[in-house]
Design a protein around this ligand. Structure first.
Ligand SMILES: O=C(NCC(=O)N1CCC[C@H]1C(=O)O)OCc1ccccc1
Length: 705
């Protein structure tokens, strides 16, 4: 295999930090300055060795053509009703951004309402949020550039299709909620943040404030209605369905929130809002579902790690008066719950990583029915409390989205197929998927989905792509992916998803088992998934690729540090890789709720023990690191690219020059691109193509077109 001449990268051995008496070097600290000459030079030199390697894949053009062809199928959202019209997001197949259509009748001819593809030539400006007034006459929409989390909010009349002059800037990590006067709204922003706010900056965004905006006025006239002493608290606000209350669920990290409420009925908004504090400690999650007057219904894990539905009467809100409506299920996890058809609650429960959809009576929590679904995930929902129609999307490994409609005016109540995605060149009957359970290091049973072409020979010779995430209460359910189909179809590959701890698959206990000092469980679970696939002869180490993004990038990087010889290839996307400094940039401080923080002596100990940047070590004799590709982008302000810059520099320095290291250690740095949200189709296809090429080249995979 080709050995690499990696770029000479400055290593500043004078930079030593002191963490609670322990000296820790940080030789690539200078890479934390995104727009310095030397960082820009670093980026250029790294891309200059990565591109030729990827382009040397002889099948690149064919892979790109096959992937583009398979990708080119119509993608649609469920229809959403606002006022007397329906709206639907559609992508004809290869459009860079989905287009928002409006329909006067549900099955009538739609027309373009808002086409984000007109916002830029290269498709890098995305529509990331929409929020309609109750009467449906105005929509607020959020626009993001180059994949940044920063959004600009604009307003469009659904009557004329023309924008209002209002623009709200410096909005991030926000939810826009309309008052029921259809002309004023609440949103959160960082108006005091200095310097660049285009997503290429790394500054920490703190002191988010809640503002009140009246349509037709300037943002400079907006009123600060709520702010917090603690700079790390974000607002998270919703106006109740009845319009009478503002429900605030302030959040500090990515877990647990407070619960405040403000009575809007007889409140003239001229300044800070008088809020009633219902929950004043960060101990549980609360999510608003509905209310009947002062009786509010929430989904919460308060006293229920698998979540349940409770009622709190705001007129009598002390905890002993809280009432359970839908009790916690002993095994299944309540993922979300919404009001529908006035007196029903529709729920999505996760049962062994498969979604189920049910209806409960709002008044007494009795279960009314469960919809019959295949193995898969609910991938979208549309319907409001006062509606008698609801829609939901369903998807699985071998099923691109199917949309179902439920009409509550017809009996018996059932889900009817309303739209089915048809792929011209894809025959799902050629493939199969199944779920296995394997033992992790400590004996915990871990679920894993395995998907492959039928007729697979279990001789250990199949290439395998193993995916994981493992954090933040996120459940990785079955979803459809064109690039994974290409991998299975054209490379005879096996695709596997390990539902490792830290996720939400089995509720709060599963999440807690992968947090703080338990984080090593996550890496062990993933390592054991790889061992299972090898022991059962699905694959072998030199045919095995592990892939993960963001927190999943941390997973991949920690695993190649801990067991480099177990994997043949590693794809680490937008990874969190410097665990001692992650909290200093953009929204990183919010992740302390999963990781802890190096400012704390005990938490420093376990963070330092697995932090990818700080644990790159020479493998055992004759062993080497897998072929490793880090991927990041210059406008990723969720996980700033400096993580990947520093880690690849450390890998190339410590490992890249070892005699036994024949596998490449590379990084792909994209421009006008971010963490993933809003990425244009052309960039997504290019990135997926290049990852498949990296795997093919690194593992010398057979490709049959
Ligand atoms: O930071 C997160 N979420 C956690 C997150 O994005 N993480 C957590 C670790 C790295 C990265 C990831 O895994 O995607 O969300 C911030 C946010 C965005 C939009 C609206 C409200 C709040």
């Amino acid at each position: 295999k080709m050995t690499f001449r990696y770029p000479d990268v400055k290593r500043d051995n004078t930079l030593i930090d002191n963490y609670h008496g322990i000296a820790v070097a940080d030789p690539y600290r200078w890479l934390e300055t995104p727009d310095s000459e030397e960082t820009i030079d670093f980026i250029t030199k790294q891309n200059a060795i990565t591109s030729p390697f990827i382009n040397s894949c002889q099948y690149k053009a064919s892979i790109n053509r096959q992937l583009t062809k398979l990708w080119n199928y119509p993608k649609v959202s469920p229809p959403y009703r606002h006022g007397d019209k329906f709206y639907q997001f559609k992508n004809s197949g290869l459009q860079n951004q989905s287009v928002m259509y409006v329909f006067d009748e549900l099955n009538g001819e739609g027309r373009v309402f808002l086409d984000p593809n007109t916002f830029s030539e290269d498709g890098t400006v995305a529509l990331t949020h929409t929020s309609f007034t109750l009467d449906g006459k105005t929509v607020a929409y959020g626009v993001s550039e180059s994949g940044s989390d920063w959004i600009e909010i604009r307003f469009r009349s659904t009557v004329t299709g023309v924008d209002y002059p209002d623009i709200l800037r410096k909005v991030k990590y926000s939810f826009l909620s309309w008052a029921h006067d259809h002309s004023s709204c609440f949103y959160a922003a960082y108006l005091d943040q200095e310097g660049r706010t285009d997503g290429s900056e790394t500054d920490s965004s703190t002191n988010q404030k809640l503002y009140y905006h009246r349509l037709g006025t300037l943002q400079s006239e907006d009123i600060v209605v709520v702010e917090f002493e603690d700079p790390e608290i974000r607002s998270q606000t919703v106006v109740s369905d009845c319009g009478g209350y503002l429900v605030l669920t302030p959040v500090k990290g990515c877990k647990n929130n407070l619960l405040y409420v403000c009575n809007l009925k007889d409140t003239a908004i001229t300044g800070k809002l008088p809020v009633t504090r219902i929950v004043t400690e960060f101990k549980s999650d609360f999510e608003y579902i509905a209310n009947n007057g002062s009786k509010f219904i929430f989904m919460t894990n308060h006293g229920a790690p698998n979540y349940h539905i409770i009622e709190i009467d705001f007129e009598n809100h002390s905890e002993e008066n809280w009432r359970v409506i839908v009790p916690e299920h002993p095994k299944d996890v309540l993922d979300w719950a919404k009001p529908i058809n006035t007196n029903f609650i529709v729920t999505c429960y996760i049962r062994d990583v498969k979604d189920t959809l049910s209806l409960y009576a709002m008044n007494d929590g009795s279960k009314f029915m469960e919809f019959k679904l295949d193995v898969g995930s609910i991938s979208g929902f549309s319907g409001k409390r006062e509606h008698t129609l609801m829609f939901f999307g369903f998807t699985s490994f071998l099923t691109p989205t199917v949309i179902y409609i439920v009409d509550f005016t017809k009996f018996p109540i059932k889900a009817v197929k309303w739209y089915e995605t048809v792929l011209p060149d894809f025959d799902p009957s050629k493939f199969e998927s199944h779920q296995v359970f394997y033992n992790s290091l400590d004996g915990t049973r871990i679920p894993m989905f395995i998907v492959n072409k039928k007729g697979l020979k279990l001789d250990g010779n199949s290439p395998c792509l193993l995916y994981g995430y493992g954090g933040f209460n996120v459940t990785v359910g079955p979803t459809f992916s064109a690039s994974r189909i290409i991998f299975m179809d054209k490379f005879d590959g096996i695709f596997a998803v390990a539902n490792i701890r830290g996720g939400g698959e089995y509720g709060e206990k599963w999440h807690n088992a992968g947090r703080f000092e338990n984080k090593q469980n996550v890496f062990d679970d993933f390592n054991r998934a790889a061992c299972y696939l090898i022991e059962k002869k699905y694959t072998s180490s030199n045919k095995l690729t592990i892939q993960g993004g963001s927190n999943g990038g941390l997973l991949v990087a920690a695993c190649i540090n801990q067991s480099p010889e177990l994997y043949g290839c590693a794809l680490c996307l937008v990874g969190v890789l410097d665990m001692l400094r992650y909290h200093k940039f953009t929204i990183g401080y919010a992740w302390k709720s999963d990781y802890g923080c190096s400012d704390d002596p005990e938490q420093f100990q376990y963070l330092h023990a697995y932090s990818p940047l700080h644990n790159v070590r020479k493998p055992i004799e004759n062993a080497q690191y897998p072929a490793t590709l880090l991927l990041t982008a210059d406008h990723d302000d969720r996980v700033v690219p400096l993580h990947s810059y520093k880690f690849i520099a450390e890998l190339q320095y410590k490992i890249g020059r070892l005699y036994d290291q024949k596998n490449p250690l590379l990084i792909r740095i994209d421009t006008k691109s971010g963490h993933g949200v809003g990425k244009p189709t052309c960039k997504v296809i290019e990135e997926q193509t290049e990852m498949l090429c990296f795997m093919q080249k690194s593992l010398n995979l057979t490709y049959t077109n």
